[in-house]
Every structure is written in structure tokens, then in C-alpha cells.
Design a protein around this ligand. Structure first.
Ligand code: UDX
Length: 432
């Protein structure tokens, strides 16, 4: 099938590359000319395992191409995916300016039937609004349908998530649209949930909110574990084996970040308020999450007592491992709070250093974990990169002037770190 992807950011590019991999002919569009130039050379402007290779292979096979002008694409395609950014406004509401602009551009240029699919995370009822916007602006007699097909891609494993999905959710207005999706996703042997457009939009809101709720549940629990000297890892293990609860997304730490959970939860809360059905539980999820970063800083403060003039080696800056994404990373408020208390930060991340340079002021970025630890009173792990599991602890410790170790991701075992000579503190687990 011939597919157009409007918006070649993270979701758009993964979707485009994977659909090309499935054999479709895909054109990705973006208004950012620089990005299009970079992509044409086969380079991906962010880190996602396997994506560069997939882009290159499909560009060479002529199944994937890139253009800057939407008008060149719309009439070549049977399906158009809207994958543009929907950033948060100050009040948490999603800003749909880009979606609106794209809907108008499609309407202006479309001359033959096309299925227009919202893939970006958008507020419930956006499908209806996109339909009305296109209808108002399209040439008389040109037919189209609008559908919702939310993505459930995790950064770091997006290609796997696309090619081996748990489910494919499609919200459609008629059988014609459903048939197109069945052909499009035919090669993926995954259950397909076919529903109306609003329910599909709500499946996305509800899935992300529920996952975030599980994380905040574990984080709230971690404070109770700390207060009584219990072990949150054991508690969630005991809960998670009950299939009604499930073990995933119950890892306590310094809170969730990334481009999705914080933004999507705020947007969903805002929508619920507007609908007169405020989803209070979500406000609690966000509150717990915001506090978790402060809680970690408090733990450091309680252990080191005075923070002024101390040096802390921060290991990991990205919001999670296997990505260079720093959006809403908990490392940002944590480092800023520590700096306000007079701490010098020496940081290292395996992938996010370039992005970190643009965010932090007065942070020394080190070439590796050992350099970050030079002269440090303490180490703070903020992202659970697997390479940290293989660090030579005696070498790291020799670089330090102190022996304090704060594990914000519960990566290590307390007895083991004690054996290596560290004064070890983690989240919701007894210290060593
Ligand atoms: C998420 C959803 O998982 C995905 O389905 C959706 O489409 C986009 O948003 P992503 O933001 O890539 O994906 O990351 P995810 O792996 O879900 O992690 C989100 C945050 O939660 C990270 O900061 C991670 O460190 C944190 N997290 C996750 C926890 O703190 N504990 C957990 O148990 C799981």
C-alpha cells in the first residue's frame, strides 16, 4: 500500500520505517527541512536501537523516502498518518496547533479518497474535530475517512513494539476504513481491537494513565517500606505474581519521565475536568511522581547532612535506559535541586550527553563513570543503564573522596554494595 506519514519525529519515523519493512511504500513528510536533509542521507536524528539500519535498508530498497512538502504526498497515498507533536500547554491541555495545521493542509490538497489516521496521542474527540476541519476545507466531492490508531511504542524497544504488538487498536467510522487497516497490518499477526473512534482515543489515554498509576503506586509504597524498614522489591514481587495485578511497571524509583506519561496524564486530567468528570486519581498519580524526585534528594540530604560544597557523580541522565531522550527526565529536577543546595555535579550518560549539554548549566560532563566519580563524595544512579552493572567498583571507589552511593533505580543489591565498601541507599529498601 502507499502510505504517507505526516510528521517525522519519533513516532512518525518508527511507524514509517516499520511499515516500509512490512513491504509498503512509505513517504515521510516533515516541515523541518534540516531534518528531511538528514533523513535523506539515511541518518536518524535521535537514538533508537535498530532504527538507523531499518531506515537505510528501506531507503535503499526504495520503499521509504522523505519530502518536505505535504502537497507532494497526499494524492499519492491510500493512507495518511498524522504523527505531529501535541505538546502540553501550561495548564496541562494538549496543544493541537500542528494537528489543525496538517488537517487543513490535507484538506487543501486532497483530490481523491484517502483514510486519514490520527496516530499522535490526542485528546478524546480529536478525531471528530479533525473530520469536521477537513470537511469544511476540502474540495467538494472528494471523499475521505478519519480513524484513530494509537501507538504503544516504548522508546528503546519501539521497533519490537511495532512489529510484535500485544494488540492493534483501530477506531473507525465504517467498514471501508477497517478493511484498509486489515490490509495494512495484515503481516502482523496481532489481535485487532476494532471500535469507534472515541473509544480508541480513550484506550490510549487509559493505557498510559494506568501504567503511570502502577508506577506511582510502587513509589508511594516505597515510602511506606522506608518508614517501616520493609523491602518494596519484595512487596511488589509478592503482589505482581497475582495475574490480576501483574508484575510489570511496579518498579519503584525516582519517578516516571519521558515524552509520554507526564504529558499524557496532565492532558487526560485536563480533559476530565473539562468534561465535568475530574479524574482525581490521576492528580494523585502526578503528585506522587513529582514528589519522588524530591524524596530522593531528601534521602541524599539526610545521609550527607550538609550538601554545600559536596561533589556528586551522577550516573545516567536519560529518562530511561536505551534512549538519549531527556524529555521530562527525573534527572533534571534532581540535579537542579542538588545544585540549589550547593552541590557540584559531575555526570555521565552513555547516550544522552549531547542533549544534556543543552539542558544543564554548570554540570561537568564526564567521558565515563570513572571520570564522573573523580573527587566525588557520592554517586547517584539516575538511569538504570545495563553498562553500570559491569562497573569495576574498586576502580570507581578509588576515584572518590567519599563512599556514599544513592541508587535511584534499585539497580544493585544492598549487601553486595556494602561488600564493595559503599554506604548504600536505595528507594524503599533497607540501607547498607
Ligand atoms: C510509554 C508507554 O510505555 C508506551 O506504551 C507509550 O506509547 C509511550 O509511553 P516510554 O515513555 O517510552 O513509553 O517509556 P516507558 O518504558 O513506558 O517508561 C516510562 C517511564 O516510567 C520511564 O521514566 C521509566 O523509568 C519509568 N518506569 C517504568 C518506572 O519508574 N517504573 C516502572 O516500573 C516502569
Amino acid at each position: 500500500m502507499k502510505i504517507g506519514i505526516i510528521g517525522s519525529g519519533y513516532v512518525g519515523l518508527v511507524t514509517g520505517a516499520c511499515l516500509a519493512h512490512l513491504g509498503h511504500t512509505v513517504t515521510c513528510v516533515d516541515h523541518d527541512e534540516n531534518k528531511i536533509r538528514t533523513l535523506k542521507t539515511g541518518k536518524v536524528p535521535f537514538y533508537e536501537p535498530g532504527l538507523s539500519e531499518m531506515v537505510l535498508t528501506n531507503v535503499e530498497a526504495k520503499r521509504l523516502s522523505f519530502v518536505g512538502d505535504i502537497a507532494k504526498v497526499v494524492n499519492r497515498c491510500e493512507v495518511l498518518f498524522i504523527c505531529v507533536h501535541t505538546p502540553s500547554r501550561a495548564n496541562g491541555e494538549a496543544d493541537l496547533t500542528f494537528v489543525d495545521k496538517v488537517a487543513r493542509q490535507i484538506a487543501k490538497n486532497l483530490r481523491k479518497y484517502c483514510l486519514i489516521v490520527e496516530k499522535s496521542t490526542v485528546p478524546v474527540e480529536t478525531g471528530e474535530w479533525v473530520f469536521r476541519t477537513i470537511k469544511r476545507n476540502i474540495k467538494k466531492g472528494v471523499h475521505f475517512d478519519v480513524a484513530s490508531n494509537p501507538e504503544f511504542l516504548r522508546e528503546g524497544s519501539a521497533i519490537h513494539d511495532f512489529l510484535k504488538p500485544d494488540r492493534i487498536v483501530i477506531g473507525v467510522a465504517n467498514e471501508r476504513s477497517e478493511k484498509i487497516f486489515r490490509e495494512l497490518y495484515g503481516p502482523l499477526k496481532a489481535p485487532m481491537i476494532v471500535t469507534d473512534i472515541k473509544s480508541a482515543e480513550l484506550i490510549k489515554h487509559a493505557s498510559n494513565s494506568f501504567l503511570a498509576l502502577k508506577i506511582s503506586f510502587a513509589n508511594g509504597l516505597s515510602r511506606i517500606c522506608d518508614a517501616v524498614g520493609a523491602d518494596v522489591e519484595k512487596v511488589v514481587l509478592g503482589m505482581g505474581l497475582d495475574p490480576r495485578i501483574g508484575a510489570q511497571f511496579l518498579k519503584a524509583g525516582i519517578g516516571f519521565g519521558g515524552s509520554c506519561f507526564p504529558k499524557d496524564l496532565s492532558a487526560f486530567l485536563h480533559i476530565s475536568e473539562q468534561l465535568g468528570a475530574r479524574f482525581e486519581l490521576l492528580a494523585g498519580v502526578l503528585r506522587i511522581n513529582e514528589f519522588q524526585a524530591k524524596y530522593f534528594v531528601q534521602k541524599i540530604q539526610n545521609t550527607l547532612r550538609s550538601l554545600k560544597g559536596k561533589t556528586i557523580a551522577v550516573l545516567g541522565l536519560a529518562f530511561k535506559p536505551d534512549t538519549d531522550d531527556m524529555r521530562s527526565a527525573p534527572s533534571i529536577p534532581i540535579i537542579q535541586m542538588l545544585q540549589r543546595e550547593g552541590v557540584r555535579i559531575q555526570a555521565y550518560d552513555p547516550q544522552a550527553m549531547e542533549k544534556a549539554k543543552l539542558i544543564f548549566k554548570n554540570v561537568t560532563l564526564a567521558a565515563n563513570a570513572y571520570d564522573a566519580a573523580k573527587g566525588a563524595h557520592a554517586v547517584a544512579v539516575l538511569t538504570e543503564w545495563s553498562e553500570f552493572l559491569n562497573l569495576e567498583w574498586s576502580r570507581l571507589k578509588r576515584q572518590m573522596t567519599g563512599k556514599f552511593f544513592f541508587d535511584g533505580r534499585n539497580m544493585f543489591s544492598a549487601p553486595e554494595m556494602k561488600k564493595h565498601g559503599f554506604n548504600y541507599t536505595s528507594i524503599g529498601r533497607p540501607s547498607a
